[in-house]
Structures are given as C-alpha cells and as structure tokens.
Design a protein around this ligand. Structure first.
Ligand code: ZN
Ligand code: FE
Ligand code: FE
Ligand code: ZN
Length: 276
C-alpha cells in the first residue's frame, strides 16, 4: 500500500443511479491519481417497494453494479470495496436484512433521506421546509437516525446532519440535545460516523457533521471514516485535507476503514496538505 497523506474514500456513486456520472473504474483512476489510497463504491441501493425510484438503480441493474465493482477490483486488487448506501425508513428492515445477507458487501452506509413521504434533502421538495416547524423536523430526523443505528443492519451512519443541506440550522445547543439519543445509539451499536465532505458542495457549505456534533462523537469514542459522496469522478476525495484538519481539531487521532463489514483502526495521516 503506498503511503498516503489522505484517508480512503468510503462514499461514491456511479452512473447506474441515474443522477451521477462515472464507472467504478473511472472513480478508481481519479482517486488513486490524487492520493486517495483505497475506495469504497457505495451507490444507492435498489428498492423492492417503489421507495424513491427516481434516485436509484432498478433491481434489475444490481447485477451490473456488482459486476462493475468486481471488474475494478480485478484491476486494483485490495484497494476497492464493494459497498452500498442503504436508506433506512419504517418497514425496510425485513427486506433489507435479507438483501444485505445475500450480497457480500464490504461496507453498508446507512442514510435517512426522508421524513415520512417528504424527501427533505431533495431540491424539488424544498417547499416542505415551510410546512413544518424547524425543531420538529430535526427532532423527527434524529429519531430516525437513532432507529437506524438500533437495527444493527448498517456499518456507518452517513451525513448525520443532512437536514442542514440548504442552510436550515438549529442553534448548536439544541442540535446537540436532539442528536444525543442518536449519538448514544451509534456508540452503543458500534457504527462508524461518516465525515462527509459533500456538504462543502451544497448551499450549507459545511462538512457533515458540524464541529459541535463531531466533538460530542469524539467524547463518545465513536469511530469515524471519510466519504466524499461524489456523484462524478472529479469529486472523489474532494475536501479530504480539510476534513482531516477538522477531525483533528475536534479531538480525533484515529479513523477506521471498513472491510468485509469489520472496522480496522488506523492513525490519521500526520499532515494534510491542501489538495491540488
Ligand atoms: Zn445520490
Ligand atoms: Fe445520502
Ligand atoms: Fe451518497
Ligand atoms: Zn449520500
């Protein structure tokens, strides 16, 4: 493994989801050429029940997805993980449990993108923010995150403060209060917390999670890993130097890599130069 000053990227999407570009091989070339040592391909999981069909591959595409990841793995042995970004929502558990057990994923990202039928992070549904109290939205959201952790189905909580995407923030003290049960469940159930740099490319202009949440996660000894949430190869590893500086400033000295659904601890890169 080449020495790297950047951590692995655990979160990228592919052309199969319908709103991204790039094949696993194109992501791998982009990642490895800019000093990202390892890469997990984690496209949006297909859904059997008509859940959010606009943003994911169809069930009939899943075999093509796995084949594309396997092909990339054959070109870069040991450096590419077969992953998935799986949505948590009420009623998903039984099907998801079966699906995850029948496919040999290295890493399963857990994500909440909906409150009820409302896709709160979907630009086309941004009007929903005017229809509910802000505090209620965040409260309902973190309740979903707590439930996600407690299922035991996921390795990682992705973009834990996603509702801030368009700038709908809470005061830090209230945010921490509402997030605490979710963070406690994440710690108790052994999930890793994703440092998701996608937020830097969104209106909020901030990494998920915020520094306040990250400091609390560090106190709770919650493991962290890094993800760009790239939807095009150009964004793989984007913002990772800044992300390493952030987690160090919040108290972390180690991160994890997920392989065959197990966490492997490593020291954070000693220096994090700005990316070219
Ligand atoms: Zn996506
Ligand atoms: Fe997501
Ligand atoms: Fe994603
Ligand atoms: Zn995502």
């Amino acid at each position: 493994m080449p020495l790297s000053t950047l951590p692995p990227d655990h979160h990228v999407h592919t052309v199969l989801c319908g709103h991204a570009t790039g094949t696993p091989e194109e992501y791998a070339e982009a990642a490895f050429s800019r000093g990202i040592p390892e890469l997990a391909i984690t496209d949006h999981i297909p859904a059997p029940d008509g859940y959010d069909p606009e943003t994911r591959m169809g069930m009939e595409d899943f075999a093509r997805y796995e084949a594309a990841v396997r092909k990339a793995q054959s070109h870069w042995p040991g450096r590419i993980r077969f992953g998935i970004e799986a949505d948590f929502y009420a009623g998903c558990e039984s099907w998801l449990n079966t699906f995850l057990q029948t496919h040999p994923f290295d890493v399963v990202l857990g994500a909440v993108h909906f409150i009820g039928a409302w896709g709160f992070d979907n630009p086309a549904q941004i009007g929903g923010w005017q229809e509910r109290p802000l505090d209620r939205i965040w409260s309902d959201y973190f309740d979903q995150v707590r439930r996600l952790a407690e299922t035991g189905l996921f390795d990682v909580i992705a973009h834990i403060d996603l509702p801030k995407k368009f700038g709908h923030r809470l005061p830090a003290s209230r945010l921490l209060e509402l997030a605490e049960p979710a963070l406690q469940a994440i710690a108790a159930c052994g999930l890793a917390l994703e440092i998701n740099t996608g937020g830097l490319r969104k209106p909020v202009g901030e990494i998920y999670p915020s520094p306040a949440l990250l400091r609390r996660a560090c106190e709770l000894r919650i493991p962290i890993l890094f993800g760009s949430d790239a939807h095009r190869p150009e964004d793989v590893g984007a913002g990772f130097a800044e992300a390493v500086r952030l987690v160090r400033a919040c108290g972390y000295s180690q991160h994890v890599i997920v392989e065959q659904r197990r966490l492997r601890w490593e020291s954070l890169p000693p220096v994090a130069p700005a990316m070219a």
